[in-house]
Design a protein around this ligand. Structure first.
Ligand code: ADP
Ligand code: MG
Length: 723
């Protein structure tokens, strides 16, 4: 009769999954990296000189020697076939944020009617998928659809297993035939290079001349929801939009704080174990798992890796969560706000940079010398976040994240930095003429010779800050759960490269090759930075109303929605920034702006159409049926001459009338077409979304009064609590 009732009875019949993995014999940790064509596999399988040449490329970003490709391809093929692979795929990351792959078989027919397996260096290095269907934001017309995938040597190939076959996957960059980036990987690689070039200059000033590559690192905490697939099938909004467009809050939500870090149920745990096992085999070091704040919400976090690899792995984590959830009869929701009224999901992007000689450069370190260098890098970050806050805001703008940012559980749209008491105090002292002491410990000077250690956990945590220092890294907490971490990482690498460039130039000029002048030069430049950019430091409660006013006084941008934030990507100074460091050209920036704007418009359009359709075909009929029931009861009572209380009927009839009117308004907006994408986005934001919300308010009221057995949509209570 009704999908909702069927769903509940089906879920009640679900039996716990029997252990299929003999976990005592097959320890998951021993399987780590089993499906990866890693450095150690290459060392075993490649001739020594080829291995060395490849290793150099991976470690130093030096240009790949094309002559090694054939040998590597052959070894890769033999290894993959040994693992049961029949196909290979160039995997790439288009601007939609998805993971794209085109599969080809190793099979080549020979003249005798048999077939052999073949995989040449050329096919390893370069692929040419028909790329016309991927958005390029005007970089390509459909008639010049050529796009190339180019092997990214720095991210290892791996085997993707499915129950009926295995595929060798090769991470690639996706570029147009003119060499323009059409993807999310290319700018990551370029921005890492930019950061390295500038960071080396600071390291040289502080005496580290070894030149070991400085790479940015990322550890992304992924939040997600799990709901039973029976509910998912009964909710067209979850299928089309990834979030509920209707649904009254359930009486019990997250107010008891009883889900966060709570005991994980067997069904969810079985899913998590399998996800982890799969990710271990792909060499992805997932480490942390726990229940999150909202009912039905969870988190998984890997150990951090270099930015490029972490980005690829992040995509694989999302793909794997979705895949394994289905296997366990559940659906994994990665949307930033699948359920109104309970916490949304983020992807906290922990960020740092370091090199082989010194390790993490954002670690305060053990010696005074490291301290000064740390403070210099820290100042670069403060300057970068202040100067380009609008860029950090723009790269996390999406239709989904708009529902989360500033919703009293996620940081607001104002980008500020949390330093913690001690570090904030140090910078305050620099501002006032030089640091002489640090809060808890002894004397502190920004000298190269006389600095005491900064303790690692120098301050408390601030869960409300969008950009928080957490002891040895920064945590960019405003990133959305469904987003690729590429955008945020590219932005951070580039912004900080620019700041480090600025500081390095100041220091180089001031010291003119005389290291004894470094001490004063560092003091001077730090003071300058903190005077000009200190306004971005905020250690208070970012959720508080007062901060909105305070931030406005400080002149910090507060870009509340995607249509406000995205245009920042094509402001002159931003285009200049990305061009200067060869990360993204003017055309590439415009293509990104166009694509993301289009994505936003499409998302809202699909949501609006779904709301109209569900309101018309699911909610309205249910409400009318209930109205008829009430009307019949009323009539019969009147026939019997019994006095009848008919407020329920009046209320239902009133809401039905409002509903029809609200649907009509929304349909008008859906029909409205605009020539200009930004104008359309503004209409979506200022008119379509409120019109959708208006319908929702009415249907949620109806949900509260219509007879339960007539209500067809699974409720919040059911979706969040029955599993
Ligand atoms: P939290 O307490 O913030 O929830 P988690 O343990 O869930 O912390 O996640 C912290 C993340 O930060 C992990 O992915 C961890 O590997 C990562 N991380 C630690 N050090 C660094 C670093 N130097 N660079 C980038 N990420 C880091
Ligand atoms: Mg965490």
């Amino acid at each position: 009769m009704n999908a909702r009732v069927n769903a509940i009875s089906a879920i009640n019949k679900i039996k716990p999954i029997k252990t299929t993995i003999p976990y005592k014999e097959e320890n998951a940790i021993n399987q780590f990296g089993d499906n990866v064509f890693s450095m150690s596999v290459m060392m075993k399988r490649l001739p020594k000189d080829i291995y060395k040449s490849l290793k150099k490329t991976v470690e130093n970003y030096s240009t790949l020697d094309a002559s090694v490709a054939d040998v590597v391809a052959n070894a890769m093929k033999d290894w993959a076939i040994g693992k049961g692979a029949t196909h290979y795929a160039h995997v790439f990351f288009p601007l939609t944020g998805a993971t794209a792959e085109k599969h080809d078989s190793f099979l080549v027919p020979d003249l005798s009617g048999n077939a052999i397996a073949e995989f040449s260096g050329k096919t390893l290095i370069q692929g040419e998928p028909d790329a016309s269907s991927f958005p390029s934001g005007g970089l390509r017309q459909t008639f010049e659809a050529r796009g190339y995938t180019a092997w990214d040597v720095t991210s290892p190939a791996y085997i993707m297993e499915s129950p009926n076959g295995a595929t060798l996957c090769i991470p690639t960059a996706f570029i147009s035939w003119k060499g323009e980036a059409l993807d999310k990987k290319t700018p990551i690689l370029r921005s890492m290079q930019a950061l390295n070039t500038q960071a080396q200059r600071i390291l040289r000033l502080f005496g580290d001349t070894a030149g070991k590559i400085v790479s940015s690192t990322c550890g992304a905490e992924q939040e997600y929801f799990l709901i039973d697939k029976h509910f998912f099938s009964a909710r067209p909004d979850l299928q089309a939009a990834g979030r509920t467009l209707f649904g009254a809050p359930s009486p019990k939500g997250q107010q008891f704080d009883d889900h966060y870090f709570g005991a994980i149920t067997d069904r969810v745990l079985a899913f998590m174990f399998e996800v982890e096992r799969e990710l271990y085999r792909l060499g992805i070091p997932v480490k942390t798992r726990h229940n999150e704040v909202a009912p039905g919400q969870f988190e998984v976090a890997p150990v951090f890796e270099t930015a490029n690899l972490a980005t690829d792995h992040q995509q694989l984590i999302m793909v794997t969560l979705k895949k394994i959830a289905k296997k366990h009869g559940m659906e994994c929701l990665l949307h930033e706000k699948p359920f109104a009224g309970v916490n949304g999901s983020g992807k906290h992007c922990n960020y740092s940079f370091g090199n082989a000689t010194q390790g993490n450069l954002l670690d305060p370190g053990e010696t005074p010398h490291e301290n000064a260098q740390f403070l210099v890098f820290c100042a670069a970050i403060i300057r970068g976040v202040h100067k380009y806050a609008k860029v950090l805001r723009a790269v996390i703008a999406s239709a989904g994240n708009d529902h989360r940012l500033g919703a009293n559980e996620a940081p607001p749209a104002i980008i500020s930095i949390f330093l913690g008491d001690q570090l904030a105090d140090v910078f305050e002292q620099i501002k006032n003429g030089g640091a002489t002491c640090s809060k808890e410990c002894g004397v502190m000077k920004i000298g190269v010779d006389a600095l005491p250690d900064l303790p690692k956990d120098a301050g408390d945590r601030n869960r409300t800050s969008p950009f928080a220092f957490t002891g040895n890294r920064f945590e960019f907490r405003a990133v959305g759960s469904d987003q690729s971490v590429s955008g945020p990482l590219v932005a951070m690498n580039t912004i900080f490269a620019e700041s480090i460039d600025y500081i390095a130039t100041e220091l180089e000029n001031a010291t003119a090759g005389d290291p004894s002048k470094l001490h004063t030069a560092v003091q001077d430049v730090m003071k300058k930075i903190i005077d000009k950019h200190g306004a971005v430091i905020f250690n208070g409660d970012n959720y508080a109303e007062a901060w909105q006013e305070e931030a406005a006084k400080r002149g910090l941008p507060n870009l509340k929605t995607t249509p406000e934030a995205l245009p920042m990507l094509i402001e002159d100074d931003v285009i200049e920034l990305f061009s200067k460091y060869n990360v993204l050209s003017k055309d590439e920036m415009h293509s990104r702006y166009d694509t993301y704007l289009e994505q936003y418009n499409l998302k809202v359009e699909v949501e609006a159409k779904t709301v109209a359709e569900m309101a018309n075909t699911i909610v309205y009929p249910a409400a009318v049926r209930y109205q008829t029931e009430l009307a019949e009861a009323c009539l019969k009572m009147k026939q019997l001459g019994v006095e009848y209380e008919d407020t329920a009927l009046t209320e239902t009839a009133g809401l039905i009338k409002d509903l029809k009117a609200a649907i009509k308004t929304l349909e008008g907006l859906i029909a409205h077409e605009s020539e200009n994408a930004l104008e359309e986005a503004i209409t979506c934001c200022e008119q379509t979304l409120p019109a959708m919300l208006n319908i929702r308010t009415i249907t949620d009221k109806l949900e509260g009064i219509v007879a339960d057995d007539l209500w067809p949509l699974p409720t919040y209570q059911e979706m969040l609590f029955i599993r």
